[in-house]
Design a protein around this ligand. Structure first.
Ligand SMILES: C[S@@+](CC[C@H](N)C(=O)[O-])C[C@H]1O[C@@H](n2cnc3c(N)ncnc32)[C@H](O)[C@@H]1O
Length: 230
């Protein structure tokens, strides 16, 4: 392991805005910072597979009344976002080092307004398709966590994952509310009204994919009840 990575592994352990998943039994829900009184009444946004948390930081900076939680299994990546949040004085940001497969254990049902899947691995091999973050078991989890009408947003440079997700959502019984096949394209239908985050936040992974000629696709969908109170 490189020295820089090693230093981040050491530093991240001491950051007040980072939580590590317990290895064994989960603690009670109330013990996790995002359920604390200081965040009471705030909307909650999750970025899954956040890497350095560039979307998480931008969402938090744009709205101090939203609590934004970036989730990733790689603590050296989380370290970058968490230190940046502290340098920027953002108090509505938290990072959580956990495998996404386990998030249902740590958040209350119907407590999340938005879930962002930012450039998840497309898992192109047949045997790993089940690991795609839009496979049915993940959709079950998102439906469990989202408030009625809450949305999931996907950004991807993978045509395969984009098409797969549309089909997976429809088969699951969800509703695709926006589908844009080139979010940065000048005349792409739907790109203009895709909402904050789809094209005005560009992560380093996204910038690198674009520099290699990839187009960025965006999908938004709901799962289950579409309106609050349904
Ligand atoms: C391609 S990177 C994208 C990072 C970031 N979202 C961006 O736009 O720059 C995918 C990220 O997802 C994380 N990841 C993949 N599978 C995961 C899982 N099952 N649980 C937690 N994190 C995961 C990886 O560690 C990696 O940081």
């Amino acid at each position: 392991m490189g020295k820089t990575k090693l230093h981040k592994y050491e530093r991240v352990q001491h950051l007040p805005n980072v939580t590590f998943s317990p290895l064994g039994e989960s603690e009670s829900l109330g013990s996790y910072p995002w359920h604390g009184v200081r965040y009471k009444g705030m909307e909650r946004v999750l970025e899954l597979g956040c890497g350095k948390g560039e979307h998480t930081l931008a969402f938090a900076a744009a709205d101090p009344f939203r609590l934004c939680v970036g989730i990733d299994s790689k603590s050296h990546r989380i370290c970058v976002g968490a230190e940046k949040a502290m340098a920027l004085g953002l108090e509505n940001v938290h990072f959580f080092r956990v495998h996404i497969e386990r998030i249902r254990e740590f958040f209350a049902p119907r407590s999340i307004q938005e879930i962002w899947l930012t450039f998840p691995d497309p898992h192109l091999k047949k045997r790993t398709i089940k690991n795609r973050l839009s496979a049915a078991p993940f959709l079950d989890t998102y439906a469990h966590l989202l408030i009625p009408g809450g949305r999931v947003h996907l950004k991807t440079d993978s045509e395969v994952l984009y098409a797969y997700t549309r089909e997976s959502v429809e088969t699951w019984g969800g509703r695709v509310v926006a589908a844009v096949n080139d979010i940065h394209g000048a005349d792409t239908p739907g790109a203009d009204d895709s909402g904050f985050g789809a094209r005005d936040i560009v992560s380093s992974f996204e910038a690198s994919a674009r520099s290699k000629g990839a187009t960025i696709k965006y999908l938004a969908f709901t799962l289950g009840c579409d309106r609050e109170g349904d």
